[in-house]
Ligand binder design. Structure first.
Ligand SMILES: [Zn+2]
Ligand SMILES: [Zn+2]
Length: 301
């Protein structure tokens, strides 16, 4: 367990994992971010970065003699955001409790989408065979998730149910961005103790910036934003309509939302460490408090 509000990047790469010498500095695992808020653990996406996180969690919990309890938030169910889950070892422990939330995509709930990825002949163990206790729910942007010190998330409809503003509750808000292909993507805002962070992966910039996202992220302490393509790739390859942004688009959202810090995320698998060094240098000229995400980057809010 970590005290305070801590964000640690476990996988920062889009599309598919990229092992090898050219990605040693920033890392080659697909999206996963570990967030600690007031002793509660939230995990954003289950790309291959979650595999290593799971092993660290088990080691830590065994040492403390306590079972794993975590909330996993899925932005969407594309493989780069789910492919690590079948190898997330806490799910194989009967004492673990995993609260899992994600969007409904077309007519498919999160549970159906995850189950399909773990069906024979694709995978030897089915989702329901995993011994951990899994509470899998669909979440919409009409709802907020509140997590108290007992770790069990409560879901409230913001229009129909009272939402208390207890500063010790971890609050998760959802914005359903339409700017990603095949059923769009959920953007999450996690707030605790007067600080907040926004996780906006797999989203494409628009003319003038996505105004609903800008409003959603307004005044946040940390904005994690997709920046998969350089501006040249976006226009010349071309990559318009593929559901990803450029660093300039991410900077535009951060600037207009008055985010205090920006982290560029979901790197193109073809971008080497040298490419990402150059992307960071250019982005910092536009937004001083900006970093390119790398595995193990840890930010304390
Ligand atoms: Zn992705
Ligand atoms: Zn995607």
């Amino acid at each position: 367990m970590e005290d305070g509000f801590v964000v640690r990047f476990r996988g920062v790469r889009g599309a598919h994992p990229v092992p090898g010498k050219a990605t040693l500095k920033y890392g080659g695992n697909t999206p996963c971010v570990e967030v600690w808020a007031g002793g509660r653990l939230l995990i954003l996406d289950a790309g291959t970065g979650i595999v290593n996180l799971g092993d660290n969690m088990l080691a830590r919990h065994r040492q403390a003699g306590k079972p794993v309890v975590a909330t996993i938030l899925f932005s969407h169910t594309h493989p780069d955001h789910t492919q690590g889950f079948p190898f997330f070892n806490p799910a194989y422990e009967g004492t673990s409790t995993l609260y899992m939330f994600g969007p409904k995509t077309f007519d498919q709930d999160l549970e159906e989408a995850l189950s399909r990825a773990m069906l024979a002949p694709t995978f030897p163990v089915s989702l329901e065979e995993l011994p951990s206790l899994k509470i899998i729910s669909t979440i919409t942007e009409n709802e907020v998730i509140l997590i108290g010190p007992e770790h069990e998330p409560q879901v409230r409809n913001v229009y129909r149910e009272p939402v208390t503003s207890d500063p010790d509750l971890v609050r998760v808000d959802v914005y359903r961005s339409p700017f990603h292909p095949s059923g769009s993507v959920s953007v999450f805002k996690i707030a605790w103790g007067g600080k907040s962070m926004v996780y906006a992966t797999d989203t494409e910039g628009t003319y003038g910036g996505d105004s609903r996202l800008i409003q959603f992220a307004s005044g946040c302490d940390l904005l994690i934003h997709d920046a998969q393509y350089t501006a040249e790739e976006y226009v010349n390859v071309p990559r318009q309509g593929w559901g990803h942004s450029t660093p300039e688009m991410a900077v535009g959202v951060a600037t207009r939302a008055r985010a205090k810090q920006l982290v560029l995320f979901h790197h193109d698998p073809a971008h080497t460490d040298t490419d990402l060094d150059a992307i960071q240098a250019r982005a910092q000229e536009l937004f001083a408090n900006c970093l390119v995400a790398y595995e193990r980057l840890t930010i304390r809010l």
